[in-house]
Design a protein around this ligand. Structure first.
Ligand code: FAD
Length: 493
């Protein structure tokens, strides 16, 4: 039994399928699979509701390269062993622009008007990132690698988790507002946290883990009009009728072996979301691929005592809006890109759903992202329960109008998605805490998957944990399979 059909649960099911093991059920509470990688479709447009890109994996991530090959994205392998992705799936140029000082500029850093000192600090920051990219620990591992399980757990990197990204920048004397804005933007974008709250480990992971060699750019990104919904669709097809949507699991009750440890059949009780009828299963093994904060509500032993707390796992909230337009807004400066960021805003701006289709004129959908990066998440969740569509629509339009005054006359529809527990927060001290490190360990026949087990929310981490949990199950039941894990990265990759 796999609980939760986000990327982690789907990856676990995909792994079982590829091993030829088909005696399983995948349960999903929502009417559609995908979790935070879900997408939407209306008329001729597909668009994301959450995750919208995956960076090209480095050669050590063989299972992910296998998945991408299945989807038809990989054209070949380079002489250096790196996957070559077909051009139409790489983010098309121009990829990003920034609304700064009343007009759009190409790229994410406003070079225009930057002082010598600001440029010096940017160069110094880049050199420092290159130093981390080049460094290897005593076991020859990269300091930061994707998935994080392949990277170093040396004290040199772990101690970065004890301070915030902002403190780490202070230590280097980097006070340039442009640099601090760019770093803060990156952290809000990937983690939904400002540099004051995110751990320096996570901040450095963002900048260093996707650069293959010093001096190079980050890995190119793969994207689709519907974002990572494209990968979800592949998984859903692979899993077939093992997937059952519209069933919320309400209780997971492990059997007891009598000596206090959990073993034997697990009673899983769910609720059919349409009829609210209860429904139950007995499972030999369970993969819990729902977020960790739910474990304390769902997993109870036979005396109905709490089995896992999970309180250390904290989650930020996000608002995502899909804004449908009859035509493009007027632009001052650089033309519309895939990623369009407004400098004087706490939103992340928007991605354009038609960009990857090569359609640069006429109707489109803008997917606008806003992490509540500076406020207490439980406060935001309470507002989410209280406020109405019109309140959120006002927030969305109030932000977009700064860069596009003519937008109101072009909007035909505006939908919002409130993600209460959108993604795990890699706040100071969490990623290398015992609570996070130990959470991946199984409790008898209950195994855990989910990106939150890495302390950061990324497609590759969810995929990794799904595969790991599925292989744990296959090994436990003695099912013959060729392991995909552990991943082996040589010291040059
Ligand atoms: C707005 C947003 C943008 C993002 N953008 C990106 C991006 O561009 N690139 C990237 O790599 N990552 C991005 N992410 C991170 C994204 O979370 C991960 O890539 C990945 O999708 C996480 O998958 P998961 O399976 O670990 O968790 P989830 O997506 O949370 O999946 C958990 C699943 O469990 C289900 N579930 C929960 N409770 C129950 C229950 N009781 N019974 C049954 N089912 C249950 C949920 O409905 C859900 O489908 C983004 C996240 C958000 C919120």
């Amino acid at each position: 039994m796999i609980i939760g059909a986000g990327v982690a649960g789907l990856s676990a099911a995909w792994r079982l399928e590829r091993a030829g093991f088909r005696d399983y059920v995948l349960l999903e509470m929502e009417t559609l699979a995908g979790g935070t990688s879900r997408s939407g479709q209306r008329g001729e447009f597909n668009y994301p509701w959450g995750a919208h890109y995956v960076p090209v994996p480095m050669r050590h991530n063989a299972p992910l390269i296998q998945l991408l090959s299945e989807i038809g994205l990989v054209e070949g392998i380079s002489d250096e062993g790196e996957p070559i992705i077909a051009e139409q799936f790489l983010c098309r140029d121009p990829s990003e622009r920034l609304f700064y000082d009343g007009r759009w500029l190409e790229g994410m850093y406003p070079f225009e008007g930057a002082s010598q000192e600001e440029r010096r600090q940017l160069a110094e920051f880049r050199d420092e990132i290159d130093r981390w990219v080049a460094a290897r620990d005593h076991r020859g591992r990269r300091m930061f690698a994707v998935p994080m399980a392949v990277g170093s757990d040396d004290s040199v990197v772990r101690q970065l988790d004890r301070l915030s990204m902002s403190q780490w920048m202070d230590e280097h004397g980097w006070d340039s507002p442009r640099l601090r804005w760019a770093v803060d933007y990156g952290c809000r974008d990937d983690y939904g946290l400002s540099i004051e709250r995110v751990s320096a480990w996570a901040g450095l992971f963002y900048f260093a883990s996707r650069v293959s060699k010093p001096g190079q750019e980050s890995q190119s990104v793969m994207t689709w009009p519907e974002g990572n919904g494209r990968v979800v669709e592949h998984f859903v097809n692979a899993v077939g009728d093992h997937l059952r949507c519209g069933v919320a699991v309400a209780e997971v009750r492990p059997g007891s072996s009598g000596d206090g440890s959990f073993d034997g059949p697990i009673r899983v009780t769910g609720v059919e979301m349409g009829s609210f009828e209860p429904i139950g299963w007995n499972a030999d093994e369970v993969i819990f691929a729902a977020p960790q904060f739910l474990a304390r509500h769902l997993i109870r032993n036979s005396d109905r005592e709490l089995v896992r707390d999970g309180k250390e796992f904290q989650y930020g909230s996000w608002l995502v809006a899909n804004v449908h337009l009859r035509d493009r807004p007027a632009t001052r400066g650089f033309p519309m890109c895939w990623d369009n960021v407004i400098h004087d805003s706490r939103s992340l701006g928007y991605v354009t759903a038609t960009h990857q289709m090569g359609i640069d004129h006429g109707p489109t959908v803008l997917t606008w992202y806003h992490p509540f990066a500076d406020v207490d998440a439980s406060e935001t969740r309470r507002s989410m329960l209280r406020l109405e569509w019109s309140d959120w629509a006002e927030l969305v339009m109030g932000d977009l109008i700064k860069a596009h005054p003519d937008l109101p006359s072009l909007v035909t529809r505006l939908d919002v998605m409130l993600w209460g527990h959108a993604m795990v927060s890699p706040r100071v001290g969490f990623v290398w805490s015992p609570a996070r490190i130990n959470a991946s360990k199984p409790l008898g026949s209950i195994h855990f998957a989910g990106t939150d087990l890495s302390g950061i929310a990324l497609f590759e981490e969810a995929f990794y944990h799904g595969i790991r949990a599925a292989e744990e199950v296959l090994s436990r039941i003695g099912y013959d399979h060729q392991p995909m894990l552990p991943l082996r990265a040589d010291s040059t990759s």
